[in-house]
Design a protein around this ligand. Structure first.
Ligand SMILES: Cc1cc2nc3c(=O)[nH]c(=O)nc-3n(C[C@H](O)[C@H](O)[C@H](O)COP(=O)(O)OP(=O)(O)OC[C@H]3O[C@@H](n4cnc5c(N)ncnc54)[C@H](O)[C@@H]3O)c2cc1C
Length: 364
């Protein structure tokens, strides 16, 4: 870092952090922005399905051409085996925008961060925030590289752990203990569409990825995953073999790499913002991967956050920050209703702990 002062420091260069930076540079170009990302976008990332409406957001962020250059896999629908053993197709042709995409996540996230850099954001890769304190009406920040600087406003875009906001006293309201236990496969030539298949202890999904890759994931509660020993490849594979549809897509595919476990707990942060900091994307709220909304929501929250931050820092107008908190809460409320309706459609395993937990919550 050359400069010792910046208006906005964004910690986390996932979709939410990069969208915040991109939109800030467009909406409030007088503000200087630094984007601090721990990785170099070189390790595998989970979360790949982009629903058709994402195109509008990518166009708004002016990254549509960069996105097209990634060569993501086009998809024209989803299939679910949910509530009944017969597959149900949801074809995008009946939607206003009728193409979705499956992306290679590390490339997608890197593309967004580099686009933000090209618009004037100071992108710091392989760097994390080590210390931060509010002193004399500004943030004093220390990076893992040893560099120090000051900032007027801090954005927590660190994903589901909300590392900054939680240290500042914000708390999560958790709905469940969901985890995704995923593995990548190679040599895929099947229809790449997202396939979701419920089973006694949760649900499986698979999606075709660019470069003939495929992801397969088992989604269940953390304690159930532990008792079912789903982190053991042989046990994961044995359960997978019992899924009629997901397994049928893997005949010619070979597993590549080890099993990856990721938290997918539905949760909301309270508060999501105040006059010194704001949380975006999964740091502000996280949705069940069943929704395939996480990336879309992360990008959209980055845009809304940039309006609130811009108005606050350039015009001392804090109404956007209050509207942002209200928006995060309302969005989560509406998500909870949809989630409850969707899980209540599956009644085939009345004594299963996983499905019972969803029914009890839904009835409450
Ligand atoms: C199993 C599973 C499947 C999913 N499938 C889908 C799907 O199909 N479609 C979909 O839309 N969503 C899906 N999601 C959700 C989606 O991945 C997330 O909603 C999305 O990644 C949120 O983006 P984000 O930018 O908020 O956080 P993240 O993508 O988690 O980005 C956070 C960034 O912050 C960086 N970081 C963290 N801590 C620090 C630090 N201290 N300093 C600097 N940098 C830091 C990380 O390296 C990372 O780059 C899935 C999630 C799971 C668990």
């Amino acid at each position: 870092m050359n400069s010792s002062f910046v208006d906005v420091a964004i910690v986390g260069g996932g979709p939410a952090g990069s969208a915040t930076a991109l939109s800030l540079r467009a909406h409030a170009p007088s503000l200087s922005v630094v984007l601090i990302e721990a990785s170099d976008f070189d390790a595998c990332r989970i979360g790949e399905t982009l629903p058709p409406p994402v195109r509008t957001i990518l166009e708004h962020l002016q990254v549509w051409k960069d996105f097209c250059a990634l060569g993501s896999r086009e998809v024209f629908g989803t299939t679910s085996v949910w509530g009944q053993p017969v597959p149900f197709d949801n074809d995008f042709i009946f939607m206003p925008a009728n193409t979705g995409w499956h992306v290679e996540r590390a490339s997608f996230d890197r593309m967004l961060a580099i686009a933000a850099q090209a618009r004037g954001t100071n992108l710091l890769r392989r760097t994390s925030l080590s210390e931060f304190h509010w002193v004399d009406e500004q943030w004093r920040l220390k990076l893992s590289t040893g560099a120090t600087f000051s900032a007027r406003f801090l954005v927590d875009a660190t994903g589901g752990k909300a590392a900054i906001a939680r240290r500042l006293g914000a708390r999560f309201e958790n709905l469940d203990r969901l985890v995704g236990i995923a593995r990548f496969f190679e040599n895929d030539e099947n229809d790449p569409r997202l396939l979701v298949e419920a089973f006694e202890h949760g649900w499986w999904y698979t999606a075709g990825l660019p470069g003939g890759k495929r992801i397969v994931s088992c989604v269940t509660d953390a304690d159930l995953a532990h008792s079912l020993q789903l982190n053991k490849p042989e046990e994961w594979q044995r359960r997978l073999a019992a899924t009629p549809l997901v397994n049928s897509l893997l005949r010619e595919c070979k597993p590549s790499g080890s099993i990856v476990v990721r938290s997918a707990t539905s949760r909301r942060l309270e508060p999501a913002a105040n006059e010194r900091w704001l949380a975006v994307g999964d740091a502000a709220s996280r949705f069940d991967p069943l929704s395939s909304q996480g990336i879309f929501k992360a990008l959209r929250s980055g845009i809304f956050a940039s309006y609130a931050i811009g108005d606050w820092l350039t015009r001392s107008d804090d109404s956007g920050l209050r509207r942002y908190c209200h928006y995060v809460a309302k969005e989560f409320e509406s998500y909870c209703e949809t989630r409850a309706k969707y899980y209540s459609q599956e009644q085939r395993w009345p004594t299963s702990e996983f499905w019972l937990r969803r029914r009890v919550r839904n009835a409450a």
